[in-house]
Design a binder for this molecule. Structure first.
Ligand SMILES: [Zn+2]
Length: 266
C-alpha cells in the first residue's frame, strides 16, 4: 500500500515540485497519518465474483472510506477488451508505461478507486486466481510522478510477497520470518531483509534509517519504499539506507526489475 499522507524527503520534494509546475494549490498530504492506516490493505483479497462475474472482475474489500469506481480485467497483464471508462483509461496508460514485461502475467486486474478523505494512492491485493489486483485512487492520476513511484512501490510488493515465497495471514504456520501480514519463506529476499533490518520486528526510531516515514511502518513497506528510492535515484545520505539498497541489489529478480524500471521511467 502507499498513501498520500505525511511524507518526508524526496517524495515530498517531488510532490511540491509537481504542484509548483502545475501551479495548483495543495492537492496532496491531506490523508490520515501513515501510522493510522497500517493494516491489511496489502494482503489477500477477500474476493467475490458477484454481478461482475461476466467481466471476470474480482471485488476487493477495501478499508472503510474507499469506493470502487471502475475495473479493468487483464490477461497476461493486458486488457481483455476496449476500455470505456476515462479514469481507467488514464490509470491504464500510466500502468502500461511502467509495468515491466517480465511480471506482466502477475497483473490480473486494475481497479480505480476513490477515497474520502484522501489517503490511499495505491494498493495491491493478491486475488483468488493467484494474480495481483492493483488499485489506484483516481484523484492522484494527474500527478504522474506520484503515481509512477507508487506503481514501483507496488511492484516491489508483487515481487517479494508472491505466493511462491510468502503466505498471507496472521496465524499461518511459519518456519521462515513471521511478519504482521504473513510469513516470508526462509532465505527469501523479504525474509532476509526483515531479519537484517527489522530483527525484533520494530522500527529503530531513527528517521535516518528509513527513506521516509512510511518506510518505518513495517518491513515490507520499508523494502518497497527503499526499492522506490533505488529505482528513482532519490539522494541517499544514510549508511543504513545505502545498506538496504545494496542488499536488495543482490537479489536477481529485484535487480532485473530495477533495470527495467529505470529504462521505463527514463
Ligand atoms: Zn506498500
Amino acid at each position: 500500500m502507499r498513501n498520500s499522507g505525511p511524507q518526508s524527503g524526496p517524495l515530498l520534494a517531488a510532490l511540491v515540485a509537481a504542484c509548483a509546475v502545475l501551479g495548483s494549490v495543495a492537492v496532496v498530504v491531506s490523508g490520515p497519518a501513515a501510522s493510522s492506516v497500517i493494516g491489511p490493505d496489502i494482503g489477500e483479497a477477500r474476493v467475490s465474483f458477484g454481478e461482475h462475474s461476466a467481466r471476470v472482475v474480482e471485488e476487493v474489500s477495501y478499508r472503510e472510506g474507499i469506493e470502487r469506481v471502475a475495473d479493468l480485467a487483464l490477461v497476461d497483464g493486458r486488457p481483455i477488451g476496449a476500455i470505456d471508462n476515462p479514469d481507467v483509461e488514464a490509470a491504464w496508460a500510466i500502468v502500461d508505461s511502467v509495468w515491466p514485461d517480465s511480471i506482466r502475467q502477475d497483473l490480473a486486474q486494475l481497479s480505480v478507486v476513490s477515497e474520502r478523505p484522501r489517503g490511499l494512492v495505491g494498493v495491491v491485493h493478491l486475488g483468488g486466481n493467484g494474480g495481483w489486483i492493483l488499485s489506484l485512487d483516481r484523484a492522484d492520476l494527474a500527478d504522474e510522478v506520484l503515481v509512477k513511484e507508487t506503481i514501483v512501490h507496488e511492484i516491489a510488493h508483487v515481487a517479494t510477497l508472491s505466493p511462491d515465497s510468502f503466505t498471507f495471514g496472521t496465524d499461518v504456520p511459519c518456519s521462515g520470518v513471521s511478519m504482521e501480514v504473513g510469513c516470508a519463506d526462509a532465505e527469501s529476499v523479504m525474509a532476509r531483509f526483515a531479519e537484517r533490518f527489522w530483527p525484533d520486528g520494530m522500527a529503530t526510531g531513527l528517521s535516518a534509517d528509513y527513506v521516509d516515514d512510511y518506510a518505518a511502518s513495517g518491513p515490507h513497506e520499508d523494502l518497497a519504499e527503499t526499492f522506490v528510492a533505488w529505482v528513482s535515484g532519490w539522494p541517499v545520505g544514510s549508511p543504513e539506507v545505502e545498506a538496504k539498497i545494496e542488499m536488495l541489489s543482490t537479489d536477481p529478480q529485484l535487480a532485473s526489475l530495477a533495470a527495467s524500471l529505470e529504462l521505463r521511467l527514463g
